[in-house]
Design a binder for this molecule. Sequence first.
Ligand code: AMP
Ligand code: MG
Length: 393
Amino acid sequence: MIYPDDAVRLMTSFCHAPDTETATLASALGRIIPSPVVSSMDQPPFDKAAMDGWAWQAGEGGPLPLEPLRARNVIAAGDSDERPLEPGETVKIMTGAPLPPGADRIQRVEWSEERDGRVTFSRSETVSNIIMRGENIRKGDELLCPRILKAQDLAILAADGRASIDVARRPIVGILSTGTELTEPGSSLAPGRIYDSNRTQILAQLAGGICAPTDLGSLPDDYAETKAAIRSALETCDVLVLSGGVSMGDFDYVPRALAACGVRKEFHGVAMKPGKPTFFGRTDRAFVFGLPGNPVSVFVNTELLVKPLLAALSGITIKPLAVPVRLAECICRKPANRVEFLPVRIDGDGAHPVRYGGSSALQALADADGFIRLEIDETDIKEGSTRNVRLVR
Ligand code: AMP
Ligand code: MG
């Protein structure tokens, strides 16, 4: 059995810098930038007004003008007025408009009064109300480090004037269920059968841009059929994710079928709960996961093993969202030789273990906000202690 962190280290060691392609910003949500992006301009590109008001020259002097100022023209957002301010002059200026030369302060409109071309200020501003050129970011500085692009990242790229961005080519990920008992949701259920939930789950977990998930259907527990399906999937997929058929059962044909298709085993068995029987191997061009069939194992292993590999194939390391939370109830378990991931829900009192009957208890995920990791041989975590919860999104 390999320790889960070592499994991730081993898998990611096989990844090289990804191929890239250009994506329009409209299609780049969820895609991965594998290299840093550098700012092409100062942001903002000019000194600009942070509010509607009067631009004037306060200099080092007192907080308010000694005499009423003479009102000049209005500068709107989008104008460019290069005329310097004359002594004793003020210019009406709108939020986002460029500052005229000589101005160093904006007096908000609410604290000013204009009468017959003369402007008086009722209260002094404590800040300049000016956003200085380059205050947000300077040309040549790092705009974005490698990451999965979120909405706010796309806004940052757009503000830099970019209509497109180089992103990692998405690995093609085939998802294949195995199990004679599996039935498609929506059809009627014969005795002894269950609905296939793993395929739906994995496809949805991998949706969103980091890869191109492809539904390869489900297979009965049949050696020849399993081998044929794997062989055909390996012709097109960069990563193949199977579920079921990797344990010790009489009809668990997946590891044998993978070997017959030229997949070299890297590990089979991970010191984690759930998800112990997981297989991982590779060919010269593809990576293959054989996940155990139990649905909670599939969920946890897709998060902890499959996603980190996909991220590494795109040139990044995933930073899981983990937050320290106080335990509202104690957690106890028997000594174990595996790292355990326990589903918890979070409320105002802290984290509570959810009702959880083990790796087949899919319903537990409906209440889970995240998982607490128990290290090998860790048996009791006391109520009131603080632990990281890895949030489930
Ligand atoms: P296996 O790993 O094939 O021994 O399967 C372990 C358990 O997971 C069995 O109870 C299976 O019926 C169940 N299982 C396997 N594949 C799926 C699937 N695609 N959807 C839901 N449950 C599954
Ligand atoms: Mg099975």
